[in-house]
Design a protein around this ligand. Structure first.
Ligand SMILES: [Zn+2]
Length: 297
């Protein structure tokens, strides 16, 4: 098995990219696997297959085989917040304490990913956990080569998407959102992912979300080439619409449920008219260097 890690900043389209890529022959999409413990076990949400997470035929078997103890579940449930705090405290380097914690996570991840491999029998596991620090944990596992698909989206579109969530009353964005902080985080996370990719360039592909929705077949060809799995795409109704079968993903964008059946891939450009000029200017000013650098190969 190979792991294809979909990486990127929040609200940059990783869920849609994950759901489409997961339809490729031999690929199996598990969604944001880093949320398996706090969200999956803790909240028992609905899986993409229609069952509840704990009753899903795949995830229940993965949990039975990996058999995490209560202590391990508690440790892993705290992982997303711990990695988030580590990012804020020390964004570019891990201290020795964090390194030991990473080893503890990696030990449990090894059992979990082994169980996923055994239960699904997939050639490529698609993991949309997004964040760089979780990717660093995964890279400690020597059993599976980890490939990175880094998704970059126009930071003004990301800002508009986050604001829209805030305005709809999303509790996280309501209390946390700030335009400047989001623009800086966009820069920091994308730069870090590009740097990690640069160290493993044969296992790294950077795509722009806007290109993905415009030229999906071309991007999927590139993914197939990188993974060495062949490039024949699937399920295309035409060059712009794709048929998505249900997958066993349980976390991610709230619109994931609508990613079934035939969907049209198109760019949401509402931000051009609806995001005020001052916000667009602020975001551009804070991200312009990274935007330019990320456009270069
Ligand atoms: Zn399921």
């Amino acid at each position: 098995m190979k792991i294809l890690y979909i990486a990127g900043y929040e609200r940059c389209g990783t869920t849609l990219v994950h759901n489409v890529v997961s339809q490729m022959d031999g690929f199996w999409g598990g969604g944001e696997i880093n949320r398996l413990w706090d969200w999956g076990i803790g909240k028992n949400p609905r899986c993409g297959c229609g069952s509840s997470f704990l009753e899903c035929s795949i995830w229940s078997e993965v949990l039975r085989r990996s058999a995490p103890s209560e202590k391990e579940v508690a440790l892993m449930a705290g992982m997303p917040a711990a990695l988030n705090n580590a990012k804020l405290i020390n964004p570019f380097r891990l201290g020795p304490d964090m390194s030991a914690t990473f080893d503890s996570y990696a030990k449990i991840l090894k059992h979990t990913y082994s169980a996923i491999e055994a239960v699904t029998g997939c050639d490529v596991l698609v993991d949309a956990s997004k964040y760089p620090l979780y990717l660093e944990c995964l890279m400690r596992l020597e059993e599976w080569p980890v490939y990175m698909l880094h998704v970059v989206r126009d930071p003004r579109a990301v800002e508009y998407s986050k604001r829209r969530r805030r305005d709809f009353g999303h509790p996280y964005y309501k209390s946390h959102h700030s335009t400047m902080r989001a623009a800086l985080a966009w820069t920091m996370i994308n730069q870090r992912l590009a740097k990690m990719g640069g160290r493993h360039s044969d296992k790294y592909l950077r795509i722009h979300y806007e290109d993905f929705v415009r030229f999906p077949e071309k991007v999927l060809d590139e993914v197939g080439n990188m993974m060495g799995t062949g490039t024949k795409p699937f399920h295309f109704v035409d060059g712009k619409s794709v048929r998505l079968d249900p997958i066993h993903a349980f976390a991610g964008s709230p619109h994931r449920a609508s990613h079934k059946g035939v969907i049209e891939l198109r760019e949401d450009r509402a931000w051009v008219d609806k995001l005020g000029w001052w916000s667009q200017y602020t975001v551009l000013l804070l991200t312009r260097r990274s935007v330019k650098a990320l456009k270069q190969d």
